[in-house]
Design a protein around this ligand. Structure first.
Ligand code: ZN
Length: 433
């Protein structure tokens, strides 16, 4: 059996501790995985969601690193010190890390004791430093561009959480996450977070998911209902470079539209239609194109009804006299794989916006994604029922392709309009539907 890998988290804190307490011993906690194949050691409350089985652990700082079998003796001594100090310092496995600085080099060894108290040696690994984490993800995008960007994501359901995770993977360094819901069993099938997060606020569960990708991301999480706390939401979002509107109701979208226009922040709206038969994505660039109010007119909303995926959402949209049971019957969700293309388009547009004007590997997409409104069909159902089959043709609209629509500002828009002219439907693919 190969020796276990022992990953050390919070390296900086460990090092500072070492400088402060030469030859001291520090209590840690370890989590084991896969029958003792891998351990993760923490010295402070971890940012990420924990998994694995908990083991007692300690870090012993030494003035020099013992060689050979003397390492085992030092580990045993450290365990005994901890046992004297803490009566309950015991577990089926104990992880003892030895650290020493010799000739300006951090030396390390790690020993794991089994339930019988016998030690075997493992291999120490460190969670990379911030600078390393980014230098290793150099690629299509100049990560330093995104590292300083702040993206606000409002609504962290299956769509918003996926967008958040993808942007974190893409290198975005700062997030504001806003949602007031908790993760419920009904969300599990489609949400990025798993059953280990049940009951938690989506903001906190998603925050931990992002920390799991990059522990150095800066995240502000707020459990707010934008419709109830508009002023607070504004304060949180006003310094963002980009806003993602992934909420599930019109009122919140219009509120976000107002914030976008007030602070002139490009905002991307995404939503799924009934049973996620398809969806649409709207990019609002204040002063440069249509706003939500220009596009999401009453007639438009009636022709493209959004998915009802949650009881709360269904309840809000149904008159109070309708009993709960009947409201529940209106919840009809699509598959996670039906939401993914929509989330992915939001991510692409977000990356284009965040790196606009900067030379990056995705610059050419700027020339492709010139439309502000996009529609997607997963199945020939609902709005798309009369569409021809995809088959081999490429000249007719079909499922599983994006369509960009050229929409212009509606001068009589109730939100941003200034005159009494109506929405131009030149090249608007809905005009012919
Ligand atoms: Zn408008």
């Amino acid at each position: 059996m190969s020796p276990p890998f022992v990953y050390m988290h919070q390296v900086q804190a460990v090092y500072q501790n070492f400088l402060g307490s030469q030859e001291g011993i520090v209590r840690a906690v370890a989590f084991g995985f896969d029958e003792g194949d891998v351990f993760h050691v923490y010295t402070a409350a971890p940012k990420t969601q924990l998994s694995g089985y908990p083991c007692a652990s300690a870090i012993q700082f030494l003035s020099s690193m013992p060689t050979g079998d003397e390492g085992f003796l030092a580990a045993e001594q450290a365990r005994n010190t901890m046992l004297e100090r803490e009566v309950n310092f015991s577990a089926s496995q104990i992880v003892i890390v030895l650290l020493a600085i010799e000739e300006n080099q951090l030396r390390h060894r790690v020993f794991i004791s089994n339930p019988e108290g016998q030690f075997h040696e493992g291999i120490v690994k460190f969670i990379p430093e911030r600078s390393e984490l980014y230098s290793r993800s150099q690629g299509l995008l100049e990560t330093s561009i995104l590292e300083n960007c702040q993206v606000g994501i409002v609504g962290l359901g299956s769509g918003g959480s996926t967008v958040a995770l993808e942007l974190a993977k893409g290198g975005v360094g700062n997030f504001v996450l806003i949602d007031f819901d908790r993760l419920e069993l009904a969300n599990m099938a489609r949400h990025t977070c798993g059953t280990g997060d049940l009951g938690r606020y989506k903001t906190k569960a998603v925050r931990d998911l992002l920390y799991g990708k990059n522990p150095y991301i800066q995240i502000k999480a707020a459990e707010l209902d934008i419709n109830q706390n508009l002023e607070e939401t504004k304060l949180l979002l006003k310094d963002c470079n980009l806003i993602i509107a992934a909420t599930d109701n019109e009122r919140s979208r219009f509120n976000l539209n107002s914030i976008a226009l007030e602070y002139k922040i490009t905002t991307i709206f995404g939503r799924a239609l009934t049973r996620a038969a398809g969806g649409d994505v709207l990019r609002v660039r204040p002063d440069e194109g249509p706003c939500l109010g220009c596009v999401f007119t009453k007639e438009f909303l009636a022709s493209r009804q959004e998915e009802i995926s949650q009881f709360r959402q269904a309840r809000e949209e149904t008159p109070a006299y309708v009993p709960d049971d009947e409201v529940k019957a209106t919840i009809q969700v699509g598959l996670s794989s039906d939401i993914l293309p929509i989330s992915n388009m939001i991510v692409k547009l977000a990356l284009v916006e965040l790196s606009r004007g900067k030379n990056s590997g995705i610059s050419s997409l700027e020339d492709d994604l010139i439309a502000d409104f996009y529609i997607w069909a997963n199945r020939r159902e609902g709005t798309y029922a009369s569409w021809p089959k995809m088959e081999y043709g490429s000249k007719t609209p079909s499922v599983l392709r994006w369509y960009g629509a050229k929409l212009e500002r509606n001068l009589s828009c109730p939100v941003c309009g200034t005159q009494g002219e109506s929405l131009s439907d030149e090249d608007n693919i809905f005009a012919s539907q």
